[in-house]
Design a protein around this ligand. Structure first.
Ligand SMILES: [Zn+2]
Length: 349
């Protein structure tokens, strides 16, 4: 099994500047999403293992929402259910893709190179190390492909069109296809995703930052097991992490990881990922942990100092902290609670 830790934050820092500069705008959007979420019915069972959520669970409050830590699988469950109404209201009004869209082809390709090529490399490493797979002979389907960054990374590294994607958002599909050599992404409706997965001829299916947004998660995962063509599953999910703890400290600093405009209403843990994989009879062939806890902390300190008119001190801190940020994060990735994990799993039979 491949265990990988850490990834330098500096090359991607320029893509995340908005989190600092637009703190107040993002917070306002968070309030809107939070209000919709708190109107949903209460959650009674753990999203992953189905264990009853009770007052006996460990719990915490984060930006006015209560979260329960499942006593059986360690999954962090928000107090309320995600519903179709919730996701419709959240995604239709906020242009979720906007933050990720870039102006021109050069910027698009830079994002593929800096953010998505390393993910494709990790996936290929896992496929080669385990069963010595011939990458060019495999087909890939990326679910929730957004603007197709990851699909393009797979095709670039794979040396041909080996990957395709499906995406709900029409505007992201149009933008992604306009930026790509081929029509690599197809628009699909939410209700059709399970059928597409069941009928896919792909060997490898991927969900980059997607599983946590799926309302009927178990139906979608079951559809993977109903398709014998699919042998590998690659997913990245947000984790219960130090970033979440930092976010809980200050209500007036944008919470990127839990709640809010990211619409994360639940978070994974090492144990809930393991539980999920066992439940579907998948074995984990590779894991890569690289959080942004230190980058989030840097941003939070800078926002708070900015609010106090301490811009010079804020810049001094940034300049110095950036030099040690990757090293500190690596300690967290290896031994602590980082904010993100990438997992490659293989069906056992
Ligand atoms: Zn559970």
């Amino acid at each position: 099994m491949i265990n990988r830790y850490g990834k330098s934050y500096l090359p991607v820092m320029k893509y995340k500047k908005g989190f600092l500069e637009e703190n107040d705008i993002l917070l306002k959007e968070n309030d809107r999403v939070s209000k919709i979420y708190s109107l949903q019915p209460k959650r009674t069972q753990c999203k992953i293992c189905g264990e009853k959520i009770s007052s006996l669970c460990k719990k915490f409050i984060h930006h006015d929402i209560k979260y329960f830590i499942c006593g059986k699988c360690g999954h962090v469950n928000g107090e309320f259910l995600e519903t179709n109404d919730f996701s419709e209201e959240v995604y239709s009004e906020s242009d979720y893709g906007l933050a990720y869209r870039e102006a021109g082809k050069e910027e698009y390709n830079a994002r593929v190179r800096d953010i998505y090529i390393p993910k494709a490399e990790f996936l290929f490493d896992c496929l080669k190390q385990g069963n010595d797979e011939d990458i060019s002979a495999l087909k890939f389907l990326d679910v929730g492909a957004g603007s197709g960054y990851f699909v393009n990374a797979l095709n670039f590294l794979g040396g041909g069109v080996i990957a395709k994607g499906i995406e709900v958002s029409r505007s992201q599909v149009d933008y992604g296809n306009a930026m790509s050599e081929n029509k690599i992404i197809t628009q699909c409706d939410q209700g059709n995703i399970e059928n597409i997965i069941v009928e896919s001829d792909a060997d490898v299916i991927s969900f980059i930052g997607v599983l946590e947004h799926i309302i009927n998660l178990h139906n979608v995962l079951q559809s993977i097991n109903r398709n014998p063509n699919i042998r590998y599953i690659y997913f990245s999910v947000p984790l219960m992490s130090y970033s979440v703890v930092f976010e809980a400290m200050e209500e007036d600093v944008y919470n990127r990881l839990l709640g809010g405009s990211g619409a994360h209403t639940h978070l994974f843990s090492d144990d809930s990922i393991k539980y999920l994989c066992d439940m579907y009879d998948w074995s984990i062939v590779g894991q890569w942990k690289f959080g942004t806890d230190m980058a989030d902390m840097l941003r939070m300190v800078m926002v708070k100092l900015g609010q106090k008119g301490q811009e010079e001190l804020s810049l001094l801190f940034e300049e110095n902290f950036k030099k040690i940020m990757d090293e500190l994060q690596l300690v967290i990735d290896k031994n602590g609670l980082p904010s993100e994990i990438h997992v490659v799993a293989e069906k056992r039979r």
